[in-house]
Design a protein around this ligand. Structure first.
Ligand code: IMP
Ligand code: MG
Length: 181
């Protein structure tokens, strides 16, 4: 099955059934690992909204969730890029944090998110990502504890992930097949 977004053709990579199944397995692991620890999920928007919604339905232990965005703005000096987590409306001090990501490619974004979360002095930080592109990773992370799927280094859309803002609503995940002439 293929779909078209703008001038690009995408083909089916992961069906929702499979996605649901792997999310259920992650849920079971988190329920066991975090029992009585009252974790805080930090869902990194926009991409992780669907994953967060489905995963949280599998969490049966007490937990909280906060939705954040990684924002960057110019600092005092021209060269300075300051990163900030916007939307964090609670203290993470001494909390068990689980960062929810849609996808980790180079890991640059995740590295910044982890650094910003750690500044809040949490008791622990783990990362749960639906997708991971191992071949594209440029950093070593001890924090990545839960991965839905490892995929090839190729562009994907659907289930929260977008191409130029489009495709986030797709229930399945598709990979880029070709440019339509
Ligand atoms: P990284 O910083 O290179 O790990 O890239 C992370 C961000 O790039 C993700 O949060 C996504 O927003 C975006 N991204 C990376 N790969 C894809 C993809 O295949 N489809 C859609 N967005 C992607
Ligand atoms: Mg993202």
């Amino acid at each position: 099955m293929t779909i078209q977004i703008d001038k690009k053709e995408f083909e089916l990579l992961l069906e929702y059934d499979q996605i649901e199944k792997n999310i259920r397995l992650i849920g079971i692991q988190i329920n066991v690992a975090y029992e009585k620890r009252l974790p805080v999920f930090i869902s990194v928007l926009n991409g992780s909204f669907m994953f967060a919604a489905d995963l949280l339905k599998e969490i049966e232990i007490g937990c909280e969730i906060s939705f954040v965005k990684l924002a960057s703005y110019q600092g005092e000096r021209q060269s300075e890029q300051i990163k900030n987590l916007i939307g964090l409306n609670m203290s993470l001090q001494d909390r068990e944090v689980i960062i929810l990501e849609d996808i980790v490619e180079s890991g640059n974004t995740l590295k910044q998110v982890i650094e910003l979360v750690k500044k809040e002095k949490p008791a622990s930080v783990a990362v749960c990502t639906l997708l991971l592109k191992p071949a594209a990773l440029q950093h070593d992370f001890d924090e990545i504890a839960y991965v839905g799927f490892e995929i090839e280094n190729e562009f994907v859309v659907g289930y929260g992930l977008d191409y130029n803002g489009l495709g986030r609503n797709l229930k399945d995940i598709y990979r880029l097949k070709r440019e339509i002439p």
